[in-house]
Design a protein around this ligand. Structure first.
Ligand code: NAD
Ligand code: IPM
Ligand code: MN
Length: 361
């Protein structure tokens, strides 16, 4: 396959983890005989510094011509005083909106070799495997904003069709898994949540009758995710609740350095991005965990380019490395164990990627 992959390394540890994801993608290309062309473009604070805006027109255009997009991270204290509409984060939000990426999939699995990295007892982690389906282009992130000296407002808005399409996406995903959806809202208070609940219920009843739907409130779900993480399979929720629950989910397994994500819409290209941010506390130290980025590259391969075997090869290499204790500082368990650097971790994954055995005629 010949594919153009646009790279948006961004800020902080973004470029450090993107580098490892690209090494992995190059290794996959050479092993499986693909031609991946990489083109880098500026986004976030790096783009503000270079072009005066967080999503330059040139970057958007480059992205629109891509087969898939990989994003590192954006943001950092350096841009705290930039006018609100020019903040690095606005570049990412504008990219999601411009490309119509209304769904953000954040899969999470507790890995037995990492049970000790989690603050939870191992028996609570046994079998934890769920995916957060986060609505990505609506809600309070994209409503009208007013920022005065003494009063500020952020409008939370959802249209029925925005809820329908993300509910449908969750229905399809649940149909291929255990057919259970927990839809999370705040319907006891918010009008948008009541519309959410009603719409999700109708879409499921009409289009996915075999899927079991459960509604839950965001506050108690935040607790249940920690006390009973195994009870979840597909978590469907709106933009901001999904943002918060996914970092919490990262805490369940031990670190943000492990969580990948895929942002997709009705058409290609999708954006594949770790859930974590630019981690200013780690920047430039060479110790950031690249597994979230590498697993996002695996999502790019199967969800973005339809390359299932290749994605599986990457996930197997990651599992094998983690199983053998190749752990960066954030998930290192034993106090006397050696922590692997970002590059050492990436190199181990690259070394362990193997093509599947040739099929016999
Ligand atoms: P963060 O995700 O950058 O970091 C939170 C904590 O997790 C920190 O302690 C950090 O060291 C740790 N962490 C994150 N990624 C890690 C990794 N790969 N390996 C090891 N540890 C890791 O969140 P924050 O500190 O709240 O935000 C910092 C900046 O990142 C802000 O400007 C924020 O807007 C931005 N941000 C960007 C994205 C994105 O680009 N998708 C996502 C979240 C936050
Ligand atoms: C994420 C990030 C972004 C979000 C920020 C950087 C705009 O936290 O991708 O989870 O809130 O969506
Ligand atoms: Mn987030």
């Amino acid at each position: 396959m010949d594919a153009l992959i646009v790279l948006l390394p961004g800020d902080g540890i973004g470029p450090e983890v993107t580098r490892e994801a690209v090494r992995v993608l190059r290794a996959v290309a050479s092993l499986f005989g693909h031609e991946f062309r990489f083109q880098e473009a500026a986004i976030g604070g790096a783009a503000v510094d270079k072009h005066g805006e967080p999503l330059p027109a040139e970057t958007l255009e480059t992205c629109q011509g891509a087969d898939a997009i990989f994003l590192g991270a954006v943001g950092g204290d350096k841009w705290n005083d930039t006018p609100p509409h020019l903040r690095p984060e606005q570049g990412l939000l504008a990219l999601r909106r411009e490309l119509g990426l209304f769904a953000n999939l954040r899969p999470l699995r507790a890995i037995p070799a990492l049970h000790d990295a989690s603050p939870l007892r191992p028996e609570r982690l046994q079998g934890v495997d769920f995916v957060i389906v986060r609505e990505l282009t609506g809600g309070v992130y994209f409503g009208e904003r007013h920022e005065g000296e003494t009063r500020a407002t952020d409008l939370c808005k959802y249209d029925q069709h925005e809820i329908e399409r993300i509910a449908r996406m969750a229905g399809e995903i649940a149909s291929g898994r255990s057919k259970r959806i927990t839809s999370v809202d705040k319907a006891n208070v918010l009008a948008t949540s009541r519309l959410w609940r009603k719409t999700v219920e109708r879409v499921m009843a009409d289009e996915f009758p075999a899927v079991e739907l459960r509604h839950a409130l965001i506050d108690s779900t935040a607790m249940n995710l920690i006390t009973h993480p195994r009870d979840f399979d597909v978590i469907l929720t709106e933009n901001m609740f999904g943002d918060i629950l996914s970092d919490e989910a990262a805490g369940v397994v031990g670190s943000l350095g492990l969580l990948p994500s895929a942002s997709c819409g009705a058409e290609k290209p999708g954006v594949f991005e770790p859930v974590h941010g630019s981690a200013p506390d780690l920047t430039g130290k060479g110790i950031a965990n690249p597994y979230a980025a590498i697993l996002s590259a695996a999502l790019l391969l199967d969800q973005g380019l339809g390359l299932q075997l290749e994605a599986e090869a990457v996930r197997n290499a990651v599992d094998s490395a983690i199983g053998d204790g190749v752990l960066p500082l954030d998930i290192v368990i034993a106090e006397d164990a050696q922590a692997y650097s970002t590059t050492e971790t990436g190199s181990t994954v690259v070394e362990r990627i193997t093509a599947p055995p040739a099929s016999t005629p």
